[in-house]
Structures are given as structure tokens and as C-alpha cells.
Design a protein around this ligand. Structure first.
Ligand code: ZN
Length: 456
């Protein structure tokens, strides 16, 4: 029975999606998301229900239909293609631009979809008022951290846990050298396609072009805070916080709304070990990614077709998802000049780490239900923490949060001490566990000296 179950196509998520009339853009993205294993598990384990129950704003239909669709792709008994029509109805209610049967842009669709899902499962029920104190006097890293925590105070969901990173842009005045920084969350990066004159460019070239220092001059001149005047400035992007799932959009179309031309340049992207550390604001960050899905666009701006290439999370094999058809493919075929949206996953050190991460996220979620938890501990809760990445002991809560957001060097064996720190920081959450150990140790100290006497 087990072998039968494993061989069943549907049990592996290898089920196609029916085309409802130019809906290949939607099907392509849905298959990429279906093969995003953390998101898939969130739906399969019904974890989204807890977040939906928390939702006081009312709308829950988009997430419900999305989860239902994912569940059908991974658990339905037949291997016949599934119709996404009910899901389509809900996404159209959320974003009326997708009404009708016109070909749409897959990346734009992804943005709308993730935004819609996030809004329904946002753990924040009451958003704090105002923007709080000015952070410009703080060192950059501290400012980045605070800005991220501020973001989480408003936008905090499973979708944010997975897809959202933080971009730092630095503006330097060419007159006085004053540098101002701005931190913004990002859901994906739109990369310009570097032109080399030849047919092929590398993905790293595109990222370099995206982060390249830019000169703002003429009409674009910003106002320098020190000079108190408009000055010629240089602007540069670095990545402050790397998301767990990195979505890279290759800007193949000259304009997203009215498509006038398409670049069919072959962008050579790595399947494994995409190392983005050179683009990090800080050196110590983990920023190595593996590819697991690609949304492809073939054809021209006028008449095109979308497909998806996805690596099955269970088997590691690649498949082509072409609407209702799902066929195995060789990993050597994944790279093509049709690649349009790339889905990368941040590498984790070991499967052991992943299992522990799950445990920690459970601890986190139970903590999360408590309103009296310190705000920065809440930030910890929503970042999947690996025990081997625990911070050194004696850290204050801010230290913990900072380490969480920026990755740590390996420090094995700190788990227990980290827990003690957590206990002291959150005071209430671990009370029962803490008391248990306290009394156990106390009992042992009490009993051992007497034990010798009794035996003797
Ligand atoms: Zn200046």
C-alpha cells in the first residue's frame, strides 16, 4: 500500500491545472507556489486556519480557495487535472484586473496573490498608530533592525516569513559625503537584464546591474540633509535581510502594462549555490540559494504562453507543468531563454536543522498566542530559528533579534542556554517548564546526600 501511495501521481503534487482560457500565467505561478514546500505544508497541515481564525477583518475566501487548491494538488485520489475556477473567482474579487480571460503578467499576478494571501492571514490584528521615533541617529544596522521590527508590527504572516526581505538603499552626497540610508521591505527583486552584446548573460551580472551605484543628477537631484540643498548624489542598493524564498523577476518586458518588446536573452542562472553574499549589507549573512521553480514565458509580447518547471520537494526530480499536462524533465533543460520568474530557497545546513526548526517554530507559535510577550521576542518567533544558529549566551533580547535577522555563525550547544535566556526574557511563557527543572534539580540536590546514608 505504501509503495502504491508513493507511486500515485497525485500524492506527489504532480497534477495539472486546467486552462480556463488564457490562464496559463496563473497556472504557472500556482504550480511554483505548490512546490514551495513550506507554503504547501502550511496549507496541507491546515496551519492557515489558525491564522484565518485570528483574522477580524472578515475576508478569508482567497486563502481558503488557495489552500483547497493546494490540498487537491497534493491529496486528490485521481491524477486528472484540477480546475482552478473557484480560486480564480476569489482572486478576481481581490484584484479585479484579473477579471476576464486576457493574458496577464505572471510576476504581477504573483505580487497580487501573495499580497492577498498575506492580508488574510496577517497575525497583526491591530496596527500600531504613528511611525514612532526618528531612527536616523542610529547606526545603520540598528536602524535596519528597528525598521524591520516596525514592519512586523504591521505586516506579519506566514507569507512574510517566507517571501519578504529587506533592501537597504544608501544615498551619498557627492559634495559633503553625507550618507543617508533607507530600508524597505521587498517581496521580489526585479532584475534588469544586463546586456553584453552577446546572446548570454549571467544572473550575477543582472544582480550586479540591479545593485550598481547610480548617479542622481539634474532633475533627480535629492536634497542632502547636511548641505540642506539639492545635491548630486550616488545611490546604491544592498540586501539587509535575505528572505527564505527569494523570487527573482527578470525584466524581459520593456513595460509591464503595455508590453512593447521582449528581451529573449539567455540568462544563465545557477541551479545550486547562488551565492549573493557580495550584495549583503553585512558580511556574516547566510545568502546561498538553491533553485526550485521557474515560471517560463515563451513566445512574443502579443502571443505568449506560460509554463512552470518545478523541482518536486519529495523526490527532487524536475517536472514541466504545462497547464493540465505534467511531464518529467531533465534538470539540464531547466535553464532556457524563456525563464521569467525564478524561485530560490535559502540553503539550510542539514535536514537535522530543518526538523529542529519545525520544533522551534511550534514553540514560537505557542508563544505567539500570548500578548504579553516582549515585542522583540515576537520577532524571534516568526523567524525560523535553527538551534545551531543560536546566539551566544548573555545576549540581550535585542542581540537575539539582531542575530536572528542577520544569520549567525554556527554555535552548537547553545539551545538550552538560549531557552533559559528566553525564559528570563519572556518571564511568563516558560514558567511551567522552568519550574519543572527547578524542582527536579532541587529534589536531586536534596535526595542524593541522603541516599548514601539510607543505603549505608
Ligand atoms: Zn551634502
Amino acid at each position: 500500500f505504501k509503495i502504491l501511495f508513493q507511486n500515485s501521481k497525485s500524492a506527489q503534487g504532480l497534477v495539472g491545472l486546467r486552462n480556463l482560457g488564457n490562464t496559463c500565467f496563473m497556472n504557472s505561478i500556482l504550480q511554483c507556489l505548490s512546490n514551495t514546500h513550506s507554503l504547501r505544508d502550511y496549507c496541507l497541515h491546515n496551519a492557515h486556519r489558525r491564522d484565518l481564525n485570528n483574522n477580524t477583518r472578515g475576508n478569508t475566501a482567497l486563502m481558503e480557495e488557495f489552500a483547497k487548491l493546494i490540498q487537491m494538488l497534493w491529496t486528490s485520489s485521481g491524477s486528472e487535472a484540477v480546475s482552478p475556477s473557484e480560486f480564480k473567482t476569489q482572486i478576481q474579487k481581490y484584484a479585479p484586473r484579473f477579471v476576464g480571460y486576457n493574458q496577464q503578467d505572471a510576476q504581477e499576478f504573483l505580487r497580487f496573490l501573495l499580497d492577498g494571501l498575506h492580508n488574510e492571514v496577517n497575525r497583526v490584528t491591530v496596527r500600531p498608530r504613528g511611525h514612532g521615533e526618528d531612527l536616523d541617529h542610529l547606526p545603520d544596522d540598528e536602524k535596519g533592525k528597528r525598521m524591520w521590527n516596525r514592519y512586523l508590527e504591521r505586516e506579519d504572516s506566514k507569507i512574510v516569513d517566507l517571501f519578504v526581505g529587506q533592501l537597504k538603499s544608501s544615498l551619498t552626497c557627492t559634495e559633503c559625503g553625507y550618507c543617508s540610508t533607507v530600508f524597505d521591505p521587498f517581496w521580489d527583486l526585479s532584475l534588469p537584464i544586463a546586456k553584453k552584446g552577446y546572446g548570454e548573460v549571467s544572473l550575477m551580472d543582472c544582480v550586479r546591474l540591479f545593485t550598481k551605484e547610480d548617479v542622481l543628477d539634474g532633475d533627480e537631484k535629492p536634497t542632502c540633509h547636511r548641505c540642506k540643498a539639492r545635491r548630486r548624489c550616488t545611490k546604491k542598493f544592498t540586501i539587509q535581510k535575505f528572505p527564505k524564498i527569494l523570487v527573482l523577476h527578470l525584466k524581459r518586458f520593456s513595460e509591464s502594462r503595455i508590453r512593447t518588446s521582449k528581451l529573449s536573452t539567455f540568462v544563465n542562472f545557477p541551479m545550486k549555490d547562488l551565492d549573493l553574499r557580495e550584495f549583503a549589507s553585512e558580511n556574516s549573512t547566510n545568502a546561498v540559494y538553491n533553485l526550485y521553480a521557474v515560471s517560463n514565458h515563451s513566445g512574443t509580447t502579443m502571443g505568449g504562453h506560460y509554463t512552470a518547471y518545478c523541482r518536486n520537494p519529495a523526490s527532487g526530480e524536475w517536472y514541466t507543468f504545462n497547464d493540465s499536462r505534467v511531464t518529467p524533465m531533465s534538470s539540464s533543460q531547466v535553464r532556457s531563454s524563456d525563464a521569467y520568474v525564478l524561485f530560490y530557497e535559502l540553503t539550510t545546513s542539514s535536514p537535522e536543522g530543518r526538523r529542529d526548526m519545525l520544533t522551534w517554530s511550534c514553540v514560537g507559535n505557542s508563544l505567539c498566542g500570548r500578548r504579553n510577550v516582549f515585542a522583540n521576542m515576537r520577532a524571534y518567533v516568526h523567524v525560523r530559528v535553527k538551534p545551531e544558529h543560536m546566539p551566544p549566551t548573555g545576549n540581550n533580547a535585542d542581540g537575539i533579534t539582531s542575530s536572528m535577522h542577520h544569520g549567525w555563525s554556527s554555535r552548537p550547544g547553545c539551545t538550552f542556554l538560549f531557552r533559559i535566556v528566553s525564559t528570563l526574557k519572556t518571564k511568563t511563557c516558560y514558567t511551567s517548564e522552568f519550574c519543572f527543572w527547578f524542582f527536579l534539580v532541587g529534589f536531586c540536590i536534596h535526595i542524593f546526600p541522603r541516599l548514601g546514608r539510607w543505603v549505608g
